[in-house]
Design a protein. Structure first.
Length: 348
């Protein structure tokens, strides 16, 4: 006990010699003497080692020391006034120079798919197209049957579909053509729309394929719409997106919902005509499918095919983005690697 009394006396002398001139010094004093791991707390812990007949005497001395340390703290705190605000655990703003500039917050960037999607939509908006959207969970009619793909039609095998277990008539849409059907059913002619959105197909994930991806499809229906209108629209789009120097060609193709149908190729931007794995050494890359809307599709949606004609086209945004930014692996778009995403900034 004698040793503890000498320590207490020494602490009193130390407190008397302390000069508090700011919030930081006051908080340091509080932590050292009055904190949960401070000197006063530690001395009270020594009570268990004091003989029973001396506990009352030592307790009174220790309590006086505690009150002495607290009075000193309150005196200094009151003398500092509004310059300091302290609590039990940590000072609120102690030691902070509020006149200094704040720490800069890092600025995020758009996803490359979003950048290219918005750029594609912007180009078609300048041609008078408006944006239409629809559900990602769709029924069989809007996804297949209305598009000239009746049940058991072999062309359904062109797309591996995710069906709902509870109701096989419902599925995850395999293209955004379902939006075109819904717009045609409204009978608000003429129609001039683009339909961006996410679609789903049951495919093995690889550098060139994924189970979900993004499309932009377009539809124009009016009187006297021709294949020449389709070609000129797509010529303008490609040159605005990739530049005037890009080469373009159309190849005959087959789609159940368009007749005649074609696929559109552009010169490979990755190898500049030298041949690579992306273009399969052909120097050409297919970017979209297109054609004149099949008369049966118009009739399925209640549109007079003898009076109205139209064209439609569709493209995968991932493929366009890979060409535009020379990316060779489709999986990078969905891995959320910040190092990859930080490379892109919107330029439109």
């Amino acid at each position: 006990m004698e040793n503890l009394l000498q320590q207490i006396e020494g602490y009193k002398q130390e407190i008397d010699a302390i000069e508090i001139n700011g919030a930081v010094a006051l908080e340091e004093y509080r932590i050292r003497f009055l904190g949960t791991k401070g000197i006063v707390k530690a001395l009270f812990g020594e009570m268990r080692n004091i003989p029973a007949d001396q506990k009352k005497e030592f307790g009174a001395i220790l309590n006086d020391f505690k009150l002495f340390a607290e009075r000193k703290f309150d005196t200094w705190k009151n003398s500092l006034g509004d310059l300091v605000t302290v609590n039990e655990e940590a000072p609120a703003g102690a030691g902070i120079d509020w006149t200094l500039p704040g720490d800069p917050s890092p600025i995020g960037s758009r996803h490359p798919i979003s950048i290219v999607r918005n750029e594609i939509v912007s180009i078609f908006r300048r041609l008078g197209f408006s944006v239409a959207e629809g559900p990602e969970i769709e029924d069989d009619w809007h996804n297949f049957t209305a598009l000239n793909l009746p049940e058991n039609h072999p062309a359904r095998d062109m797309q591996d579909t995710f069906y709902m277990n509870q109701n096989p008539d419902w599925l995850l849409r395999t293209h955004t053509s379902n939006v075109q059907v819904r717009e045609m059913e409204k009978h608000k002619l003429p129609i001039r729309i683009v339909c961006p959105g996410r679609v789903y197909r049951n495919e093995t994930i690889s550098a060139r394929a994924h189970c979900f991806f993004h499309q932009v499809e377009g539809l124009y229906i009016d009187e006297h719409v021709s294949f020449a209108d389709l070609k000129q629209t797509l010529y303008f789009f490609v040159q605005e997106l990739f530049g005037r120097e890009v080469k373009i060609r159309f190849r005959p193709s087959y789609f159940p919902f368009t007749e005649p149908s074609a696929e559109m190729d552009i010169s490979c931007l990755l190898c500049n005509g030298k041949g690579c794995n992306v273009c399969k050494q052909t120097t050409w890359v297919e970017i979209l499918g297109c054609g004149m809307v099949h008369p049966q599709v118009l009739e399925n949606c209640g549109i007079d095919s003898n009076k109205y004609t139209g064209f439609a086209f569709g493209m995968g945004i991932e493929r366009i983005t890979m060409l535009k930014y020379q990316i060779n692996d489709l999986r990078l778009f969905s891995e959320n690697d910040v190092r990859f995403l930080q490379q892109f900034t919107a330029t439109y």
